[in-house]
Design a protein around this ligand. Sequence first.
Ligand SMILES: Nc1ncnc2c1ncn2[C@@H]1O[C@H](COP(=O)(O)OP(=O)(O)OP(=O)(O)O)[C@@H](O)[C@H]1O
Length: 717
Amino acid sequence: MKELRPRGGKRTRVTSRRGVFNPEDNTRVKHTRLGVWDLYEEKEPELASIPGSSRLERFLSLKQSIPYLWMMLKDIGRIKSCWMLLMCYGVLVFVGSLIPALSIWYKGKMLKIVEMAVETRTVDKNILLNTTLGSIGCSLATRIISIAKNKVQRPLQTRLRRHYVSHIFRARARLDVPTFDDPAVQRQLDSVSSIGNTTVAWQTVNLVTSLGGVVIKVVSQVAVLAGVLSSQPDGVLLAVLSILPGLLQYFSSDPLGFKGIGVWAATTKNEHYIRIEGLKHVVSFPEHRQELVAGNMMSFILAMFSDATLHVGDYMNNFWQSVNDYNMHTFSFTSLLKDMSEHLPQLAFVLRAIHQPTSIPVSVASLSLIRENASDLSWMLFRFVEQTGSIADQLGTIRKLYEIRNIPNKVVDGTEPFPEDETKMKREGVGLEFRNVSFTYPGGNDYALRDVSFKMHPGQLCVIVGENGSGKSTILKLCVRLYDPQQGEILLDGRNIRELKLDDLRNAMSVLFQNFTHFPLSIRDNIILGNPSLASDDAKIRLAAELGGSTNFIERLPEGFDTYLDRPVQDLYSGLPEGTKTLFGRPVDYQGVRSAGGMASGTTGLSGGQMQRLALSRMFMRSFVSDDSQVGLLLFDEPSASLDPTAEHDLFRRLRELRGNKTMIFSSHRFGNLTRHADMILYMSDSRIVESGTHEELLKREGDYARIWMLQAQAFL
Ligand SMILES: Nc1ncnc2c1ncn2[C@@H]1O[C@H](COP(=O)(O)OP(=O)(O)OP(=O)(O)O)[C@@H](O)[C@H]1O
């Protein structure tokens, strides 16, 4: 079944009406439950209960637009040669609309000839020739008119677009700042299509001319049909019965179920569904991958997903899928009538044949049979070709679906458990050594690290400093085996990290990346992911938030720890009155209406520093809040880049208090407290370690480290 979706603003009606849409107002708003979704629709006025009345209402609203249509026509008249082209186009539409009637007239004549031939066994060859030529002429004329319409349409469309591009450009250019920033104004401007590709004028011209064409077609065809059928027994009855299914179709397509028209909004409060969507983002988008891998979060993420899917059950549908399900189960009496009415002409024909067998024009029956069969056959052939293609596509997709399970990982798992003695590691930390390590990123053409060697003893504090792009972050990434170096080896407590089980290796480390990520889950889940084994320990979660410095801003958020930073499931709405500023407790985002068919982004704005505090909370959760933590090596890439001086000072104080004997590596641009307390400083330049030693040793050496230290110190003099 075709999925219902708003397309090109066709279904989503832009409202400029004043007022507010309030989902809670059940006198004006209808609430429907669609799976996990809550749909709120503004009730139609009472008039809508008459079948087809919503169409009538729409036609009536056309009246208000007619002055603007007239204005547009006058405008078009002023564009060079547009009037001429428009006239030509109109004439072509007019003539083209008369042809089907002419064609029916010729067909009627042909029927008469056949009838006469059956009765008298003679044929007037001249009439037969003229009729045949006329029929062929009709088909030919249809084709020629369609080509001519295309020829006229192209320059007409181009000129209209050119004119209206500058029209919209001028309309936009003249607006002042507050007007321009007003979402309602933006919405209004966008409803007339994007600035570079405005087709509104052409669509209107096309719509008006084709509407005119339809009227001409209907009137002329009905007139000819009446003429042709009136001379046949029961012709008028047959004509009426043939038109009936069409009329019923018109009424049965009135909104039944949900069609996405009018003012409506939808949201879901199902926490399991929201979590599923968040988790899908987590495993799909590259920005989460390095933390996911380095933090060994995959098995917890899988468990979370299974649990959530179990809770949601069969309702794991997005909004539009739920709408389709709902509509499929909505019963329409008129469409049932329509289906039945399609058989009425045949029934009438058969009844007549039984009552007056002598007067049946047999040729009419055989002709219509041949015609119907021919169209059925071509339709079936078309479906066959179409379906063969789509079956091939479908099978290809199934193959891909299964192949992805076998994509091999580039970082190959080791076999040896680590550490040998967990208590010793916790007590003393781990030792780390880089031996002649060189590394180029996949696809990179230059070394990110070149022949890097250094050795850290268990429990030491190391600070890596140096220029941008010199390779500091890369050292940290290689420690957790996000990548493997092409040359050299990395040793943890004297053992090559390639030989250690990846899970064990990553469990022994905790990394805070410079480009840390936040998962599109709740704040609580974001912290829990630091140490999933403490998922149900609320006190520990709060302690981690406290240590990371996040408690203050989390508690100020309306939903506290349950707040989603980036809501993975978006609200949908359309046609809201412009006074609606918030919906379901979130601000209405009209920008979203533009880009995604009525979706709000639902992002909670946190500052860069607050984001960093949250990432730190996750790190504290992993490393410090529990005595069971297996972490022996802590890696920090610019942990205080976005923190204010007080927060930075507090962070380093807390780390000093809590670290015990854990080994720590910091990458930083800030020289100060950190470098002064370091057991070893590595100064990097151009992918190499150019200086190493303690703060005092490097100052004495009077190299690059000393020069930068002086530069930073002078800034405070
Ligand atoms: N994912 C990547 N793909 C390709 N090249 C990369 C990638 N990440 C980093 N590089 C390159 O590797 C080199 C070292 O980068 P790295 O991030 O380690 O530097 P850095 O010293 O941490 O820099 P900064 O001080 O700016 O954070 C740079 O030249 C960088 O352009």
